[in-house]
Design a protein around this ligand. Structure first.
Ligand code: UD1
Length: 362
């Protein structure tokens, strides 16, 4: 029997861990999965909503670290995770993605000699000003087993000197959640509640510090949004970080004046899936949404200068458009002119990644 601690911390972790825990529960004679929630995200809309939507069991341990500076948050996760490891003595710890909780827990494991596996390993934006890039680089260096979503990630790891025997190409586990819940998401009432009809609106998400904490960059993006929303209504579920900076940077009035730009509270997994799967276009600076829109064949404009997920450009629907308003608007016009929905197929993004991960641990 293998005891595995599955770590979740922030919103993009829940949909990656849920299918893995479910796959372990299906092999209950071989696995005892525990869920540890660091509490990096703690608002009901950023955390609780996802447990219910994704059938993720309530955490066995909640560390309650909350928000803080990078150093304070990472340190708090480490301090609170260490006694959990000492008590539980798991055979494996599984960390996912690239948030501060991912690196913090991996670091505690390696210091205590507990085996740690990293899911979504090998992604690289090559932009070291992104906190997530540092989390990815360091977690991959110290993890015992690296589960990659695509072949480009394997190449990145090999180029960094990581031995091939530590790497397993398993596909994209977040897509397991997408396929599993697509049907349930169709029953969501969110589009009706917002008065939206299929294909007649865009969805926006924006939360990268490089975009929303910098007034000049945020101002440029807003200029593009004002122009686009004149032609196509944009629905914008606002991340708490962004909600704060809109107020702090004094952009509230501009958002209010842009009639086609509609700010709403963050959504749960099913409502958000329902919303973007019915959109004509998605504008985002998220990582995961580039992947989810690709799988569903929805045009995605990424408001960043780079991506750690290049396969979404080569095989998917993603276009990296940066933060220059003219370029964003031009890309938007070009995307709206495309009529046929592209069919997208990315190797191993097939809904069975969690089973491959669990098989490799066993
Ligand atoms: C974190 C991740 C980022 C991920 C994002 C998804 C890191 C370095 N960043 O960024 O990779 O894409 O989550 O959402 O790990 N806040 C709340 N309620 C919450 C959580 C946060 O109000 O439940 C507010 C706080 O003011 C906090 C701010 O949002 O200071 C930022 O939260 P934090 O977890 O530090 O980073 P994110 O921007 O959410």
């Amino acid at each position: 029997m293998l005891k595995v601690i599955n770590v979740v911390g922030a919103r993009p972790n829940f949909m990656k861990v849920a299918p893995i825990v479910a796959a372990m529960k299906r092999r209950e004679r071989e696995f005892t999965p525990l869920v540890v929630h660091t509490g990096q995200h703690y608002d009901a809309a950023m955390s609780d909503a996802f447990f219910a939507d994704l059938d993720l069991p309530e955490p066995d341990v909640y560390l309650g670290v909350g928000s803080a500076s990078h150093a304070a948050q990472t340190a708090a996760v480490m301090e609170r995770f260490e006694p959990v490891l000492n008590k539980e003595k798991p055979d494996w710890v599984l960390v996912v993605g690239d948030v501060n909780s991912t690196l913090a827990c991996a670091l505690v494991c390696v210091k205590l000699g507990v085996k740690v596996a990293h899911v979504e390993a090998g992604l690289r934006s090559r932009d070291r000003t992104m906190p997530e890039e540092i989390n990815r680089l360091l977690t991959d260096q110290i993890a015992d087993l690296l589960f990659t979503p695509s072949a480009d990630a394997d190449q990145n790891l090999i180029a960094e000197g990581i031995p091939a025997e530590r790497i397993r190409l398993v596909g994209n586990v977040m897509i397991d959640s997408l396929y599993k819940h697509l049907e349930r998401a169709r029953r969501s009432q969110i589009k009706n509640q917002l008065g939206l009809t299929q294909n007649s609106y865009a969805v926006l998400t924006l939360h990268r510090p490089s975009n929303v904490d910098d007034p000049a960059t945020f101002g440029r993006i807003l200029e593009a949004l004002e122009s686009i929303s004149d032609r196509l209504p944009i629905v914008f579920p606002v991340h708490p970080r962004t909600r704060k900076t809109i107020a702090e940077l004094g952009f509230g009035e501009r958002f209010e004046k842009a009639n086609g730009l509609r700010l709403i509270d963050p959504l749960g997994y099913l409502d958000f899936l329902s919303l973007y799967s019915g959109a004509r276009l998605v504008l985002t600076d998220s990582g995961g949404i580039q992947e989810e829109t690709s799988v569903l064949g929805i045009p995605c404009l990424t408001l960043r200068d780079n991506t750690e997920r290049p396969i979404t450009q080569t095989l998917g629907t993603n276009k990296i458009v940066g933060t220059d308003p003219d370029k964003i608007v031009a890309a938007d016009t070009a995307a709206l002119d495309e009529t046929a929905k592209p069919t997208v197929s990315i190797p191993l993004w097939d809904g069975h990644t969690a089973e491959r991960i669990v098989a490799a641990l066993g």
